[in-house]
Design a protein around this ligand. Structure first.
Ligand SMILES: *[C@@H]1O[C@H](CO)[C@@H](O)[C@H](O)[C@H]1NC(C)=O
Ligand SMILES: *[C@@H]1O[C@H](CO)[C@@H](O)[C@H](O)[C@H]1NC(C)=O
Ligand SMILES: *[C@@H]1O[C@H](CO)[C@@H](O)[C@H](O)[C@H]1NC(C)=O
Ligand SMILES: *[C@@H]1O[C@H](CO)[C@@H](O)[C@H](O)[C@H]1NC(C)=O
Length: 456
């Protein structure tokens, strides 16, 4: 019994201390006799307000646990040049203040109070990627529960740095990070926790998001690595926010018109090679495309080289190439009609080889005479020479038409010349159709490549 007495005394001494330390239990730090129908007596909280400069703990070796969550309510913009994401979010923070507790039963059943947040100690949690000063509006309030739990939420306009990759523009996704961390308190002073599960944050944000603008929220993930700076270790929570651009504006304004112009350019190969219109037509298209690029330049990201720029450059070069092609063909036909250069033997046999199985040259004019209405769908290589022969300002047209029958000796060199001209023209058309097919092949393969790249 004698040995038990000091032990008992020690226990009795310790009891009030431990009750005080817990801040809950039977000791209430707030005298709520002032809580009645007339409101709260400010003097009751004066002791708490006076301590707001200090972290509210009874034992300074115990870290304050702050639970955070947020709701992303708007994605205001993405600046690819400055690599900035501007968003708007509501940050919720919950922590315990052991100096606030009252008994609701004694206090007119008041469970929760709102207090001006500037009268309370607030955790200095910030977003590390933020490039803006904190513009928290003044006069925010916080909820204080009878158990001493403080619930503080504030709106934040966050301009955060984000590593943007615009290669796949306008079909791009971005993965931006929000790293919440304390500015000053290390892990033995402050610990961060999650107030909500990350999928809850993700779902709330998706429901709440205000702007139906350019960006769509895909999902939010989190990671909780500790950050060490020198010998200090800070607690932090990293949220990965994945957003996707809605491409319809760019598809309608950039891709579709550009595709139409290239399609018209490809179709203009069906204009007869001898027609005077083909080169001016292509020239006009090229000019139109340049004007289109100039006016739509504002829609493109200001920095980097997205795939879409490569696509535009490709379209432009295809148009230039097709213009060069018609210049080449026109030159060839012009050379053939004016200078009658001798045809090389290999070319002659090549032409014979490719034209003999189809139609022989003499039969074509007869057919032509029977049906003067030319169908424009025919490939140029087959019928166009005949048309040219008709259109040529040759005074001996009648003789030419009757060429296979006429066997006069003086007609022989002329007929030979005509045959040579036919061959050259045939060659021109063959080249035209060959280059057209190469053009189509290149067009198709480059479009397929770009589409495959966009889909990955
Ligand atoms: C609370 O304050 C009232 C006066 O405002 C005082 O009469 C009462 O004794 C106090 N109660 C406690 C538990 O300190
Ligand atoms: C404060 O807490 C630490 C660790 O929990 C403990 O070792 C220390 O004794 C406490 N100090 C006081 C004064 O209670
Ligand atoms: C913070 O969250 C943890 C786990 O979700 C919970 O145990 C703790 O009570 C919370 N703290 C506060 C102050 O709400
Ligand atoms: C974002 O990037 C981080 C690594 O940088 C990765 O862990 C995370 O899964 C990515 N999130 C999404 C949604 O792609």
């Amino acid at each position: 019994m004698e040995g038990g007495w000091p032990l008992m005394r020690g226990f009795l001494l310790c009891l009030p201390v431990s009750l005080l330390l817990q801040g809950r239990g039977d000791t209430f730090t707030i005298n709520c006799s002032g809580f009645d129908q007339h409101g709260v007596d400010p003097a009751a909280f004066q002791a708490v307000f006076d301590r707001k400069a200090f972290r509210p703990v009874i034992n300074y070796s115990i870290p304050t646990k702050v639970n955070i969550s947020f709701a992303l309510s708007a994605i205001l913009g993405v600046d690819a040049q400055l690599q900035l994401l501007t968003s708007f979010l509501w940050l919720d923070m919950i922590w315990d203040n052991p100096f606030i507790s009252w008994n609701p039963e004694e206090c007119a059943n008041i469970n929760k109070l709102t207090l001006l947040a500037e009268n309370l100690w607030l955790p200095d949690i910030f977003i590390m990627e933020s490039m803006d000063v904190d513009q928290t509006p003044p006069g925010l309030t916080a909820y204080v529960s009878s158990g001493g739990q403080i619930h503080y939420s504030k709106p934040m306009r966050v301009t955060s740095i984000c590593n943007l990759d615009i290669f796949y523009f306008p079909f791009d996704q971005q993965n931006c990070t929000f790293t919440f961390s304390s500015f000053l308190y290390t892990v033995d002073r402050m610990l961060l926790g999650m107030d909500k599960e990350v999928w809850e944050i993700s779902n709330t944000s998706r429901n709440v998001i205000q702007t139906q603008g350019e960006w769509e929220l895909l999902r939010i993930n989190k990671a909780t690595p500790k950050m060490s700076v020198g010998s200090n270790v800070y607690d932090q929570i990293i949220f990965y926010v994945a957003i996707r651009r809605r491409p319809s504006l760019y598809v309608i304004n950039l891709l579709v018109p550009s595709g139409f112009l290239v399609a018209i350019d490809a179709l203009s190969f069906y204009l007869p090679a001898e027609s005077e219109n083909r080169a001016p037509f292509k020239m006009t298209l090229l000019l139109g495309y340049n004007v289109f690029l100039l006016t739509m330049n504002d829609l493109l990201p200001a920095s980097g080289t997205p795939l879409i720029s490569v696509y535009f450059a490709l379209c432009l070069s295809l148009m230039v190439v097709s213009l060069l092609e018609i210049i080449f063909i026109t030159y060839l036909l012009h050379l053939a009609t004016t200078q009658h250069p001798p045809i090389p033997q290999w070319l002659h046999s090549l032409l014979q080889h490719y034209t003999s199985p189809k139609k022989c040259c003499p039969t074509a004019p007869q057919k032509e005479n029977k049906s003067p209405g030319l169908t424009p769908i025919h490939l140029p290589g087959l019928k166009e020479p005949v048309e040219l022969v008709r259109k040529m300002p040759s005074p001996k047209e009648a003789e030419l038409n009757g060429r296979p029958e006429s066997t006069g000796a003086q007609q022989e060199p002329k007929a030979q010349k005509q045959h040579l001209l036919d061959l050259w023209i045939q060659f021109g058309h063959m080249m035209d159709s060959l280059l057209f097919h190469l053009y189509l092949l290149f067009l198709a393969s480059s479009i397929i490549t770009v589409i495959i790249l966009w889909n990955t």
